[in-house]
Design a protein around this ligand. Sequence first.
Ligand SMILES: [Zn+2]
Length: 474
Amino acid sequence: MALNLFNTLSRSVQPFTPLDPSGQRVGMYCCGPTVYDYAHIGNWRTFVFADLVRRTLEFSGYTVQHVMNITDVEDKIIKRVRENKTTLREFTGKFETAFLDDLKALGCREPHRKPRATEHIPEIIALIKKLVARGVAYQAADGSVYFSIEKYRGCGCCYGQLLKLNLDEMRAGERVASDEYEKESVADFALWKAFVPEDGDVTWDSPWGKGRPGWHIECSAMSIKALGETFDLHLGGEDLKFPHHEDEIAQSEGATGKPFVKFWLHGAHLLVEGKKMSKSLGNFFTLRDLLAKGFTGREVRYLLLTAHYRETFNFTLDGLTGAKTALGRIDECVAKLRELAANIPSLNVTPHLLSEHSHLKLFTYALHDDLNISAAWGVIFDWVRDTNKRIAENSISPIDALTALLAWEKMDSVLGIGAKAEAEVPAEIAALAEERTAAKKAKDFKRADAIRDELKAKGWVIEDTPKGIKFKKL
Ligand SMILES: [Zn+2]
């Protein structure tokens, strides 16, 4: 089955085919962070979802060009820069670094390109100039340049492609200057915002005087620069459908006269402990808050990946504890397979043998069904159960173990949870273990047992195996 995805444009699940005539290359743009604070767990759901889409495309054999912008100039940022009496670059740089660290902690593949808005001012100005030349943008009396929805529609273009908008209730001539607004205020929106004293140093020269870009035009300019005037996939959280994505379409198609994006994919909201996240309810978490509670990025990733991307998901701390247990089951199974397959060269597993692996087939089928992740996890836990049973019955050959392991690695190339890293054995623990071995050799069992207890008190269990000592962290 080919990869099928729900396209917000058509409101239906469609087979995915790339624009590239050779069917190989895929361009994918995901709206990146606005770097004015640490990203919260709701934001992370979107970025982990984007990572799942990219990994699924790569798993399916496509070569993906993944672009994620960094919004480093926008209303909220300017307000914070002013409040913190700092410079734009210093302020946004700190949160950009934190964002990329967190992205890594969550096991997300790094986007190939991460363009910053402030480094694309000439491209933004060029795009606005095109819109003015085409008669769909104008400079108003306040000095700002706005996008005219009426003129755009007058050219036969559609405003409201991603969701139904009641354009008849739209009041002609009304304008909105802020970057974020409600559906009720469908109105001409700002492309270039004229300088006001509150902007401080955050200003650039333009044909319309000093000012700064609006948020929506930044994404149009950066995505077109990175991926061309028409590209395959555009992703984001569902809260971005309006006005951000609708405005991106209008600006891009208004300037180029070409379709902007083939597939629009939107990730659903997240609730925390059953409620909308808010600081006053105490259910507002950044990734850093969760790490400070002793959870790992891997556990958070697992939990975020348990729900289908188009379903509202209830994120709970109990769920995170459950994630620890679920991952433990996978880790144990993978570790046993590694032991069984330790001496088999992977050359012995032919691609044919791997492609016949029934769990891998079912896993692929689930993913290709609009990223049906719960069915995919169902396959993984069936695989764990079957494998454990075969190991317990001693009915798994080393070559079967290796095939199962390779199938797991292939499936994990999409899930991205990896195997739990082996804990490093501190020098002090290794030295004690050696002392114990020496004591045993000298038949000083009392001393050997005492060392074993001491190791346990320090959080380590050791096991004597034919291959030597095995360390396990408690
Ligand atoms: Zn965007």
